[in-house]
Design a protein around this ligand. Structure first.
Ligand code: HEM
Length: 171
């Protein structure tokens, strides 16, 4: 359970973010769109870096004896990667992506609707990763190493589809 201080810091960070986003929405400076897009791409790079690395950690973690020093180190790496990088980057990717869709009037575009469907799959996978981090932390990993080797490829396949839809906009 996070300590009271951590909750307070999280609440302050959320309040500052909401206030800044509110200010930008009300103010709407001209030339904001490309900056939003740059921030969106930065957030996506951070999200994807984590989504590609975390299943690799699961693969190596399978080789570590439960209770060993190595296993405990993997638990810390997995938890930090999830909470410090992957979770905030996913929230930022969604907020900025939806903002771009609204600001650019892309809502009805079929490429965007297909892209959002793929991003929903990516987000569901993110949820599964979070569940496996918790199970590894309790030494209750439910899957063999081969399973994580296969799962490791899924974010890459989704990434390729999403980027082609966003950049090429084929329909
Ligand atoms: C979370 C839901 C998301 C929404 C609603 C969304 C929406 C958008 C919108 C509206 C644009 C602007 C398109 C333009 O101005 O041409 C954009 C750009 C982009 N998005 Fe997303 N996006 C999301 C997530 C993602 C994810 C997960 C990725 C990659 C894995 C991604 C990759 C990109 C890229 C590379 C661009 C730049 C395209 C360009 O400038 O040609 N997006 N996104």
């Amino acid at each position: 359970m996070p300590a009271a201080g951590q909750w307070r810091r999280a609440a302050v960070a959320i309040a500052i973010t909401v206030a800044l986003v509110g200010l930008l929405v009300l103010w709407r400076p001209s030339g904001l769109y490309p900056w939003l897009k740059a921030a969106h791409v930065i957030a996506i790079i951070a999200w994807m870096a984590g989504m590609l690395y975390l299943p690799r950690l699961f693969v190596y973690h399978c080789d570590a004896e439960p209770g060993s020093k190595q296993s405990e180190t993997f638990k810390i790496m997995e938890r930090r990667l999830l909470t410090v990088i992957i979770n905030p980057a996913m929230v930022a990717s969604w907020v900025l992506g939806l903002w771009l869709a609204w600001d650019g009037g892309w809502y009805a575009a079929p490429w965007l609707q297909t892209k959002v469907a793929l991003v929903l799959l990516l987000s569901a996978l993110h949820g599964l990763f979070a569940r496996w981090v918790r199970l590894f932390a309790a030494d209750r990993n439910p899957h063999p190493q081969k399973f994580y080797r296969i799962i490791n490829e899924v974010p890459t396949i989704l990434l390729i589809g999403i980027v082609i839809l966003a950049v090429v906009k084929p329909f």
